[in-house]
Each structure stands twice: as structure tokens, then as C-alpha cells.
Design a protein around this ligand. Structure first.
Ligand SMILES: Cc1cc2nc3c(=O)[nH]c(=O)nc-3n(C[C@H](O)[C@H](O)[C@H](O)COP(=O)(O)OP(=O)(O)OC[C@H]3O[C@@H](n4cnc5c(N)ncnc54)[C@H](O)[C@@H]3O)c2cc1C
Length: 262
């Protein structure tokens, strides 16, 4: 958990639609931006009414230390309101929440950032941090079609689409499998990932089989975001092979791939 967690009112200073249903929303939010780390998320009350009642969680896509960029895919009531909010609208923002990527101290030379769909959202901030630490960063981004690829802010990005409309035809995990021999010539690898749960399970299995260290950012339906409501409990594997649970908002959203039950 990062401290301090701040609940603040932040104006939308910019909102731009990057695909039919995805926007990048920039909030002027220095209290949170100045403490944020890649993998953290914020819990946003998208309007001042009781509909929707609960805040909605969003990864931090990017920050300059003052502003927060949030990449939002409109999938329902809250995300549609947020995407359609006019510049100048103020929203309540709680954060930075959750843990962050790359806390384990694993030594690596090249980071392979594997993402699917809106799971690409946290990768821009992570890529910036890893590059500033002198790591080589390679992005593998997947989507069902080329319209679902959200890699506009990423460098050195290879694409996979289910229908072959852009890049490799197949899943992003199959793309990693194809690229792995060449990537292995770049020194020690570490995989960082975010995306739909089936993709993350396939990736966790692949990384186990290929002895690759891997961290995953998971998603679940979430209520409070601070460990009170227990709405985001997910099943994980214990080291002895038994199963346990973690609260994704407090002990996640980033977990070691070895903990994911596949
Ligand atoms: C840690 C974390 C980080 C996230 N980061 C981002 C992000 O950067 N960008 C982004 O667009 N979305 C992100 N999400 C997902 C986002 O929070 C949900 O899409 C959003 O809460 C849905 O709200 P809604 O009111 O639009 O949808 P609702 O009307 O509540 O539901 C619409 C559909 O979305 C599903 N849904 C609801 N909540 C979630 C959820 N938390 N995860 C997955 N599906 C959900 C519902 O089951 C339903 O099928 C993140 C979720 C978590 C937990």
C-alpha cells in the first residue's frame, strides 16, 4: 500500500477519444500524481449523483507528477459517464491505491510488457519508469481486432489480433511464444502483464513452463478500493499448493504470476 492516500476533487483538463469507445482523460491532480507508481490505480466518483453510487477503479496510464492520465473504456454506466464528461468537470479521485509493479527485486535486463485490450492502460507509466532505470522495454499488445489495440503511447510495440487484422494472427501469448527465442538474446527477461483473466492465466502458465519471472495486474469488480468492503477478493495459490484469497485493492492489483490459479 502506498502512502499517503488522498481523496481530492480534480478537474478534467483534457479528454480525447482514441477509439470508438476508449478515451484518455487527463486530471489535474498533483496530490495523487506526485506519489503514484506504475501499477497503482485510482477510485473515481464519476459524477456527484447517486447513480452510479460506487466509485470506479482505473489504472494510472501516465503522469508528469502533476497530471494523471486515465485510459477509460466505456463498458457500462460509470465508464460512459466518465468518457462523456466535458473538460472542466470535477470528479472525486481517491488514490494512489494498491501496490505497484516491480517490487520483487528480480534482476533483469529486458522487460516484456504483455497486454490485452484495455489492459494496455498501465503500460505507458510502467514503460517510462523501466526505461528511466536503463531497462530495455519491449511491448506485446493484443486485441480481438486492430480496433481493440490501444498501444498509441507505447514504444517498440508488436501486435497480435485474433482476426489477423493487424500484426500476428493469434493471441498475445502465442506472439510471446514466437518472439521468445529472439528476446532471450537480450539478456535476462522479466514479463509484466495486464489484460483479461483468461489471457493472464494462459500467460502465467506459459511463464511457469518457460521459467520466466512474471508479474500480473488483475482486475475484479471493486467497491471501496481500500480493503473495507471485501468486494474484490480473488483466489490465489499458496506456496504449499492450497488455495487462499487476497483482496485485490490492498494486496494487489499486481501479483506474482506463480500465485495465479490457472
Ligand atoms: C485495479 C483495476 C484497474 C482498472 N483499470 C482500468 C483502466 O485503466 N481502464 C478501464 O477502462 N477500466 C479499468 N478497470 C475496469 C473498470 O473499473 C470497469 O470497467 C468499471 O468499473 C466498469 O464500470 P461501469 O459502471 O462502466 O460498468 P457497469 O455498468 O458497472 O458494468 C458493465 C460491465 O462491466 C463489468 N465490470 C464492472 N466492473 C468491472 C471491473 N472492475 N472489472 C471488469 N469488469 C467490470 C460488469 O460485470 C458488466 O459486465 C479497472 C479495474 C480494476 C479493478
Amino acid at each position: 500500500m502506498n502512502n499517503p492516500i488522498v481523496d481530492t476533487r480534480a478537474p478534467i483538463v483534457r479528454s480525447r477519444r482514441i477509439t470508438g469507445d476508449v478515451c484518455i482523460i487527463t486530471l489535474d491532480c498533483p496530490e495523487i500524481a506526485s506519489n503514484a507508481k506504475p501499477g497503482n490505480f485510482v477510485n473515481v466518483k464519476v459524477n456527484d449523483t447517486s447513480q452510479p453510487l460506487l466509485r470506479r477503479p482505473f489504472s494510472i496510464h501516465d503522469t508528469d507528477g502533476r497530471h494523471l492520465d486515465i485510459m477509460v473504456k466505456a463498458v457500462g454506466c460509470g465508464t460512459s459517464i466518465f468518457c462523456n464528461a466535458a473538460e472542466g468537470t470535477e470528479v472525486m479521485v481517491l488514490g494512489p491505491l494498491g501496490n505497484c509493479f516491480d517490487r520483487s527485486g528480480t534482476v533483469f535486463d529486458t522487460a516484456v510488457l504483455v497486454s490485452g485490450g484495455i489492459g494496455t492502460a498501465p503500460m505507458r507509466f510502467l514503460e517510462k519508469q523501466l526505461s528511466s532505470q536503463g531497462k530495455r522495454v519491449v511491448n506485446l499488445a493484443g486485441g480481438r481486432t486492430k480496433e481493440d489495440l490501444l498501444s498509441i503511447n507505447l514504444s517498440d510495440c508488436r501486435h497480435a489480433t485474433d482476426d489477423g487484422s493487424e500484426g500476428f494472427r493469434g493471441t498475445v501469448v502465442e506472439l510471446l511464444s514466437r518472439e521468445l527465442p529472439a528476446l532471450k538474446t537480450e539478456g535476462a527477461l522479466k514479463v509484466f502483464a495486464c489484460g483479461p483473466t483468461p489471457m493472464l492465466k494462459a500467460l502465467a502458465l506459459f511463464c511457469r513452463e518457460n521459467c520466466l519471472p512474471c508479474e500480473l495486474s488483475l482486475e475484479s469488480v471493486m467497491g471501496c478500493g481500500i480493503g473495507i468492503c471485501y468486494g474484490c477478493s480473488v483466489e490465489v495459490l499458496n506456496p504449499d499448493g492450497s488455495t487462499g484469497t487476497v483482496l485485490l485493492c490492498r494486496e494487489g492489483p499486481v501479483i506474482d504470476a506463480a500465485l495465479l490459479a490457472v
